[in-house]
Design a protein around this ligand. Structure first.
Ligand code: 6GU
Length: 234
């Protein structure tokens, strides 16, 4: 998969060289490009923002540098990426969207700052490529960079060959095995730690009992923390 990230704060993406995503890059499974939006400005101050039409607080990202960087990265006659625009006004990002994005050959992230990007950028891009405006959740970040990091990590770990043990995908929270419920609690050695015992059923060797206990725990934790995820009926 090719992943391009456009931002005015490219240093945000340094951590992508670490851990699993870093290995996916160094092994060639992911081809990562990071691009400074200001390279597509033409004035002395490399201006990327301006005041909003209609008034109001804050600044809006100008459309021209975005148009130019997309033209440079996406030639008219070739394949097109899925353009991901992180924005608090986007569709809520979730595991099923990560799975859809993991099927793409090419993702292009447009990371805005300030009060957002001139709305014509998204409108124009839709005439050339698939566009996904995505939000991480109901809170406000200062820009799209942290959201892009989160989305890239969620997507790249779903690419075949990136995870050491693909079975861990199925059982984790929001994976398919537990009906979309949160993950059960996990334990490792020692069996007693600071006076706290591992639940005895996990030491019993009875796999049927273990599976039942885990399902019950997953349901209890989901009911407590995320009742919206509980599926009623079977
Ligand atoms: Cl994708 N962007 C920004 N700026 N803030 C957010 C967000 C995205 N998701 C949640 N808050």
């Amino acid at each position: 998969m090719r992943i391009d990230l456009v931002s005015i704060f490219c240093d945000y993406f340094a951590p992508l060289q670490l851990s699993l995503v870093g290995k996916a890059i160094s092994s060639g499974l992911v081809d990562l490009g990071v691009h400074d939006l200001r390279d597509w400005t033409h004035d002395r101050h490399r201006t990327v923002d301006d005041t909003p039409y209609g008034g109001g607080a804050g600044m809006v990202m100008k459309p021209e540098p975005w148009g130019e960087v997309f033209d440079a990265l996406v030639p008219a006659d070739g394949p097109t990426p899925v353009l991901v625009i992180p924005t608090p006004a986007g569709e809520p990002f979730r595991q099923s969207i990560a799975a859809e994005l993991a099927e793409a050959d090419w993702l292009l992230f447009a990371c805005g700052r300030y009060e957002g990007i001139d709305a014509r950028v998204s409108e124009h891009a839709r005439t050339k490529m698939q566009v996904r405006e995505l939000s991480l959740g109901d809170y406000v970040l200062n820009g799209g960079e942290v959201a892009a990091l989160a989305i890239v990590e969620a997507v790249v770990r779903l690419i075949p060959g990136v995870l050491g043990n693909p079975e861990s995908l199925a059982e984790e929270s929001h994976g398919s095995q537990l009906n979309g419920e949160l993950e059960y609690p996990v334990f490792t050695k020692p069996s007693t730690w600071r006076g706290l015992e591992v639940p005895p059923v996990l030491l019993s060797g009875n796999h049927g009992e273990v599976d039942r206990w885990r399902l019950e725990q997953a349901r209890r934790i989901t009911a407590e923390r995320r009742p919206d995820l509980l599926q009623f009926g079977e």
